[in-house]
Write a protein that binds this ligand. Structure first.
Ligand code: MEV
Length: 321
């Protein structure tokens, strides 16, 4: 391998259409990469590791610490990061950082660009940093477009198998899925909530309650119904299933009053098909599917959230010039 003197990678954020939290327990999930990215530039040299001109600090750079370790990058390196994604807001900022860091570090070492390897190392980066995670966010950030994670490989039409990821007793088969154009809005409450804390909260519930495990299984069924409804371009049904998915997440305890208020408001806008929280919850963001996404965006902004009409990103991780 011939090492490069510098490398620049970028990776997109994501929204989860169906299946967050349940995917941690091996249930299916469906996500979409969005046109907002995190960039990481890496340059060999300097004294030790610096991030944006500061010495590497595990308290602030936890994901980068793990990515460096897992990539076996032990030489001096200067890292520069910049992101269009708000952190801890449910839109995949930590996954995009993990994916872009891993891709830049591998490139710096002269490794050929291999998305499956990036996805594997970025998943491990998230898992080690958070203490628990599914490969959902890092996979969609690596692959771009629409991504279905399923416990088994699917041969369904419009579905292309990408790679498999394993951790402990769980295996996830990652697939690219063709999705119809979706009139979606993503809005953030402005309240940050750490994914690791939300995942830990659900884990405590799931470990101690058969009822919580039933809810997780129900989310899995809703996700598969959602995939069918999307294949049939039945947006009314997709919206209804999003609402049901949100109720399950509410039951698991990851809804929050401000989030719920915005979800309810979005559903009541004329032409809305449905709305749910997206990502880990506890604050963070919601998505709404609507005939007129611009009207939903404006209404959610009027309620004090930051909202935008979703622009999907067909590209996943990219090596930049
Ligand atoms: C967070 O974006 C998605 C969760 O399902 C966690 C994970 O899959 O690692 C809550």
């Amino acid at each position: 391998m011939v090492a490069a003197p510098r490398a620049h990678a970028s990776a997109p954020g994501k929204i989860i259409l169906f299946g967050e939290h349940a995917v941690v327990y091996g249930q299916p999930s469906l996500s979409l990469a969005i046109g907002k990215r995190t960039h990481v530039e890496a340059e060999a040299g300097g004294a030790g590791v610096t991030v944006n001109g500061h010495p590497l600090d595990p308290a602030y750079h936890a994901y980068i610490v793990q990515a460096l370790r897992l990539c076996g990058a032990d030489g001096p390196v200067r890292l520069q990061t910049r992101s269009e994604l708000p952190s801890a807001s449910g839109v995949g900022s930590s996954a995009a950082l993990s994916v872009a860091t891993v891709a830049a570090l591998l490139r710096l070492q002269g490794a050929p660009h291999d998305p499956a390897r990036v996805a594997e190392l970025a998943f491990r980066t998230e898992f080690e940093t958070q203490g628990a995670a599914s490969p959902n966010d890092t996979t969609v950030s690596t692959a771009g477009g629409g991504v279905l994670l399923a416990p088994k490989r699917s041969e369904a039409p419009g579905t292309q198998f990408l790679w498999e990821l394993r951790r402990g007793e769980h295996a996830w088969a990652a697939h690219r899925v063709e999705l119809p154009p979706l009139p979606l809005v993503v809005a953030t409450t402005g309240r940050r909530a750490k994914t690791g804390d939300q995942v830990a909260k659900v884990r405590r519930f799931v470990e101690h309650s058969g009822f919580a495990r039933d809810v997780v299984a129900e989310i899995g069924r809703i996700t598969l119904e959602g995939v069918d409804a999307l294949r049939a371009h039945d947006l009314k049904r997709v919206g209804h299933l999003m609402n049901r998915n949100h109720e399950c997440l509410h039951t698991l305890g990851v809804d929050a009053p401000d989030l719920h208020r915005l979800v309810t408001a979005a559903r009541n806008i004329r032409g809305a098909y449905g709305a749910k929280l997206t990502g880990a919850g506890g604050g963070g963001s919601l998505i709404a599917l609507a005939e007129d996404p611009e009207a939903v965006r404006a209404a959610l902004e009027a309620l004090g959230s930051q909202a935008l009409v979703v622009r999907p990103d067909p590209d996943g991780v990219r090596l930049e010039a």
